[in-house]
Design a protein around this ligand. Structure first.
Ligand code: TYM
Length: 339
């Protein structure tokens, strides 16, 4: 029996993975994989909650798995799998739906934001955080490493878990903790430092740094980054300086340097132009080896499929028995042949 803390986290394959996803979430997953028992999931069912092109979704799902491996997720240490490969997630979501009050879901910020942008809102969008709660709790995860924007969903997961435990069996579900990194928890758009860097806007040129962008595209995006009319290069909470603060935050998270070291690196800068190029350079250098590994993985689809098949098997070995226990305590008749 392992005594390692268990970690669960997920990422959607819709759109292009960007630096915010990496610094807010993936970096923590990679860094924690020696001391934690990691389950990392490409959440394709979550992506279906907004319209998707089927061919594109299939490509993005495999591509994202390859990016995660290229970023340092080691399949010998982490269980990496595709959500729809393990049926416990969708079934567990249904069971949790039946203990989740509608009002809790209608209050979710992400639901309100995303539904305001859709002409017709599917049920899946409202139900999104319940599926997320099933993802996490079917693995008895203690920790959920995520960026700042997912905090509300993890808190809802805790509420659903507590309600379930109260109704059916105290301590049945482990109540997980969100783990938000100190640096990089909320990267802002380069084109608009008042909005979060997001996958849905990542197709707009200059908004995000996508992990698979060519160096010249990355340099171009940073050079066009919105700043302010001043010259001072230092960390600050001033909303006017949000653009500069975002650039310094990216530099800090990528290099691992302290605030004063970061500011010292730009002490002789002639203006924001030098800052932008300096940040672009560290990001380009940091992404180059990952991009090379990604190409190699995409050139060997059989190996990628093999890794994902093993991941799905390992994930099912944990979540299917938990689902079965859930069904049992909820009063469902278990099929005799399913053991
Ligand atoms: P997703 O795919 O939107 O984002 C994946 C991770 O990236 C983080 N993130 C950011 N971090 C910093 N700055 C940003 N601008 C930024 N944008 C995104 C997110 O916080 C997230 O950690 N609902 C989840 C996926 C999910 C999940 C789960 C997560 C499904 N099931 C279970 C944890 C546990 C999502 O849409 O992430």
């Amino acid at each position: 029996m392992t005594t390692k803390k268990r970690v669960f986290s997920g990422i959607q394959p819709s759109g292009n993975i960007h630096l915010g996803n990496y610094l807010g979430a993936v970096k923590q997953w990679v860094e924690g994989q020696d001391e934690k028992e990691n389950f990392i999931c490409v959440v394709d069912l979550h992506s279906l909650t907004v319209p998707q092109d089927p061919v594109e979704l299939r490509f993005q799902t495999r591509s994202l798995a390859a990016v995660l491996l290229a970023s340092g997720i080691d399949p010998d240490k982490t269980t990496l799998f595709i959500q729809s490969h393990v049926t416990a997630h969708a079934e567990g979501c249904w069971l949790l739906n039946c203990v989740t009050p509608l009002g809790w879901l209608q209050r979710m910020t992400q639901f309100k934001d995303k539904s305001a942008k859709q002409e017709s809102v599917g049920m899946g969008l409202l139900d999104y955080p319940v599926l997320q709660a099933a993802d996490i709790m079917l693995y008895d995860a203690h920790e959920v490493p995520v960026g700042e924007d997912q905090k509300q969903h993890v808190e809802l997961c805790r509420d659903i878990g507590q309600r379930f435990n109260h109704i059916y069996e105290e301590e049945f579900f482990i109540i997980p903790e969100p783990k938000i990194p100190q640096d990089g928890a909320r990267l802002m758009g380069l084109d608009d430092p008042t909005v979060k860097m997001s996958k849905s806007l990542a197709y707009t040129r200059g908004h995000a740094v996508r992990l698979l962008d060519e160096p010249k595209e990355i340099l171009r995006s940073f050079k066009k980054a919105v700043t302010d009319s001043g010259r001072e290069i230092r960390f600050s909470d001033d909303p006017e300086k949000a653009g500069v603060n975002n650039l310094l935050g990216i530099y800090k998270a990528v290099t691992g340097k302290a605030n004063d070291e970061v500011e010292a690196d730009f002490a002789n800068a002639r203006g924001y132009g030098d800052l932008k190029v300096g940040v672009a350079e560290v990001v380009i250098e940091f992404l180059a080896p990952m991009q090379a590994r990604y190409k190699a993985l995409m050139d060997d689809p059989a190996e990628l499929d093999r890794i994902l098949a093993i991941g799905a098997e390992q994930a099912a070995a944990v979540s299917m028995p938990k689902l079965r226990q859930m069904k049992e305590i909820m009063g469902l008749v278990l099929p005799v042949s399913s053991d």
